[in-house]
Structure formats: C-alpha cells, structure tokens
Design a protein around this ligand. Structure first.
Ligand SMILES: Nc1ncnc2c1ncn2[C@@H]1O[C@H](COP(=O)(O)OP(=O)(O)OP(=O)(O)O)[C@@H](O)[C@H]1O
Ligand SMILES: [Mg+2]
Length: 260
C-alpha cells in the first residue's frame, strides 16, 4: 500500500562531495519504483546538478525569477501574487513520477529567505500531493544553520566513514539538535563504503544505511549519464532501495501517529 497524507520531507546534508546528490537522486528513483509518487525533488544547492542526476533539464531557478517577478510590470489582468505563482509553475520541472524545483543562487546577502518563502507559499498551493519531498542541499552547514530547509521529517547526513567525515557528522548533528530537530530524525548514511569506520565518537547508534562504493555510479559520472538510472542490481542502488523502504516505514508511522 502506498502512502497518503502530508508529504514526508527528507533533507540530505554533509560535507562536499560525499554523495548527497547521488543518494538524493537514487532515493527519488526508488520511491518512484515503489509507486510512492509523485515525489518533489528540491535542489537547494546553488550549483544545481540534481536535475542531471535525474536526467531532466532545468531552465529556471527560484533565485533567477526573484528579481524579475518583483521588478517587472505585471501582465494585465494579473496581480503580483498570481504572477509569482504563474512563474513558479514555469520553474517547476514536471517529469515521470516526480517534479523538480531548483532554488538557484541566493540573494546578494547569501540569504535564501525570498526563494524559501516563495517555495513554501507556492508549495502550499500546488494541487498535486507529494508523497515525499527530497531536498538536496549544498555542502556544509549553511542550510541547517540558517534553518532555511525548515524542520524536515528526516535529516540524512551523508558521509564517508573517515575521521573528518565523522567530525562533520557530529557538528551537523549538534546544530540540527540546537534548531530543535529530534535526535531520531537525524540519521547517518555512510556512502562509498569500502569497509571500516574511523574510531571517532559520533554519539549515535547504527547508520540508517551503508552504501557501497559502486563502479556503476562512477561509470555513469564518466559517461555523463543520469546516475539515478544505474541498473537496479548495482550495489549502491540496491542499498538505497533498502533505505527508501525504511523511510517509507517511518513515513507510515508518522502518518499513523499524526492521523494524516
Ligand atoms: N556510492 C558511490 N560509488 C561510487 N561513486 C560515488 C558514489 N557516491 C557518489 N559517488 C561519486 O562521488 C562524486 C561526488 O558525488 P555527489 O556529486 O553525489 O556528491 P555531493 O555530496 O552532492 O557533492 P557536492 O558537495 O559537490 O554537492 C561523484 O563523482 C559521484 O559519481
Ligand atoms: Mg551535490
């Protein structure tokens, strides 16, 4: 049985190059395969590339429509609010089983507030009810620290199991906890795993997923083909499918508890 009710939001964070985009795209494909559609993919990295991993094109970002939507003359018969909604629809890429929205570059001050407010407002008005929202964030802790991704239902910290990675996990966890995210909503994903974990205390139990280093993923990158379309039996994709199943169960439980 597939889920219904309020979308379950998953944000992926972690240090640079750990596989946030790869895992986001594989997760989105897994939800689609499970029939948990539609999924909303949010690319919150100004250097947007989630669309490539999913095999779709992006023509416009929320950042790029900001100036224009607020400085341009509004077409006759439309108020500014309608116009923003209309432009949002244009920025939303619709594909088989998922939609994608790219936040784009932040405003001059490095603030995502505008794009973010716009996103939440327009999201609320979208007719389609998403089962899952997957947010691929930029490297570092900017989004977490500023609270720009709100309070997700699940924060996945993607990391390698080395000492530096583990320390980053600890820092992200601390900031997320300070922002009020419950400990059980913060989970670790080890990616590009080749065995062994550095002996650093990250103050957590087991990672929610261990994704192996996978030559199919590397090949997709070298051939510039969408990584999310690697064969289902490739080790990374199989591991992410298991992760998707765990998340579906979490979402089911949340819906039951909240009666949504
Ligand atoms: N499980 C894996 N096996 C092999 N290669 C992988 C795996 N996961 C990711 N990669 C490779 O690692 C590189 C970085 O991955 P990706 O772009 O997903 O990371 P990222 O965390 O989104 O990076 P950024 O911080 O720049 O946004 C890519 O070349 C990708 O192909
Ligand atoms: Mg990325």
């Amino acid at each position: 049985m597939t889920l219904s009710g309020k979308p379950f939001t998953i944000a992926l964070s972690g240090k640079g190059g750990t596989g946030k985009t790869t895992v986001s795209s594989l997760l989105i494909r897994s939800f689609i395969t499970m029939g948990e559609t539609p999924v909303l993919a949010v690319d919150a990295d100004p250097n947007a590339n989630l669309h490539e991993a999913l095999g779709v094109s992006v023509h416009e970002t929320l950042g790029s429509m900001r100036e224009e939507a607020f400085t341009r003359t509004i077409p006759p018969g439309m108020n500014r609010h309608d116009y923003v909604r209309y432009r949002f629809r244009q920025a939303l890429v619709e594909s088989e089983g998922f939609d994608l929205i790219a936040m784009g570059r932040p405003e001059g001050s490095g603030c995502y507030c505008f794009a973010n407010d716009l996103l939440s407002e327009c999201m609320g008005e979208l007719e389609r009810d998403y089962h899952f929202i997957v947010i691929d964030t930029e490297a570092g802790m900017e989004h977490i620290a500023r609270g720009t991704i709100g309070k997700p239902d699940l924060l996945l910290i993607v990391s390698d199991p080395g000492a530096r990675g583990l320390r980053t996990i600890a820092r992200i966890r601390e900031i997320a906890t300070q922002l009020g995210l419950e400990p059980e909503k913060i989970q670790i994903v080890f990616n590009r795993f080749r065995g062994g974990t550095a002996p650093v205390d990250i103050g957590t139990g087991q990672p929610i997923a261990i994704i192996p280093d996978d030559t199919a993923v590397e090949d997709a990158d070298l051939r510039a083909t969408p990584v999310s379309l690697v064969p289902p039996n490739s080790p990374a994709k199989a591991a992410v499918s298991e992760l998707a199943e765990k998340i579906r169960q979490m979402a089911g439980k949340r819906n039951q508890e909240k009666g949504v």
